[in-house]
Design a protein around this ligand. Sequence first.
Ligand SMILES: Cc1cc2nc3c(=O)[nH]c(=O)nc-3n(C[C@H](O)[C@H](O)[C@H](O)COP(=O)(O)O)c2cc1C
Length: 329
Amino acid sequence: MTEVHPPGTTPRTGFPDRETLLTAIRMACCAPSVHNSQPWRWQVGHRAVHLWADPSRALPATDPDGRELVISCGAALHHLVVALAAFGWAARVHLLPDPSLPEHLAAVEVSTMVPEQVDLVLAAASTQRRSDRRAYAPSSVDDDQLSRLVAVAAGGVTTRVVRSPELLALIAKADAIQSADGAYRSELALWSGRVGSPDGVPAANSTTETRYGDLVTRRFSVSRLVQPTGADSAGTLLVLGTAIDDRTSWLRTGMATSAITLTATVLRLATCPLSQPVEVRETRELLRRRVLGGRVVPQLVLRLGRPVVGAEPVPRTPRRSLMDVVEFS
Ligand SMILES: Cc1cc2nc3c(=O)[nH]c(=O)nc-3n(C[C@H](O)[C@H](O)[C@H](O)COP(=O)(O)O)c2cc1C
């Protein structure tokens, strides 16, 4: 991103018009969110766009601390920054601007800039990215692509490529613990297998098969997504973690998740978040100690790989109406 004002001078003031802002927020809402809960609210002021968490969309059985709710909002925040850049507005993001209002997650101020090619490409990717729960092609992701993905997740988030079978065992353990929990099962049934709903995970986006070799993935209630012929790989796993475990770290994890998944989309890679091992207290702690060496708090796992050539595109998941999530003040 290039700011257009000369060094040492103040940037040209101004604010995007209503149409531009609504389009940027619509693109921000394409972000991934846990169970497609879309737990965000946008408030447009005279000089800033404000992001609020929406606690009414919490998932108490799956995400009792609201951590994934904030991670999802962080992903939407990064999507907003990407969209604004493509429209020629550089964002200055203030995370948690009022400590007395923990639901006020960010205030975004803008100044004019000239978008670069990368801004346009990332913004286009925000409408093309999907969580792809299918198996991937046998050929693995190149090391230089993995390095690039690890590098884009800056901002205080550590990203590790983890190939240890211990991670697979912890994911399976988390799945077994959650599957034995009635409240978790009811919540998952409520939020998945949906048809014609503006939120939740549609049946068309989940696969009947949820085990790829030793990797276990979340079992959504109704599944209609077909595995492409020739897909046989679970892909590569990335673990995102932070030094501490607070709301700022969760927001930064969401921003890093957005940066990685959008860049992967540009590289024509498929991605899917896997959060079960960090939802269960016991497996999260084991992941921290045994896989991350005790110094990084795990926040999210991402699976990525090459989609099979010629595979049907994954359908777009629905989003809530802008009227339900945006307010002008
Ligand atoms: C914090 C977080 C956790 C998620 N956990 C999982 C998961 O464990 N398994 C899964 O299949 N998808 C997971 N997802 C993906 C969401 O279900 C997905 O983003 C949502 O359904 C919207 O679909 P889309 O990503 O294709 O736009 C997660 C997403 C986020 C942001």
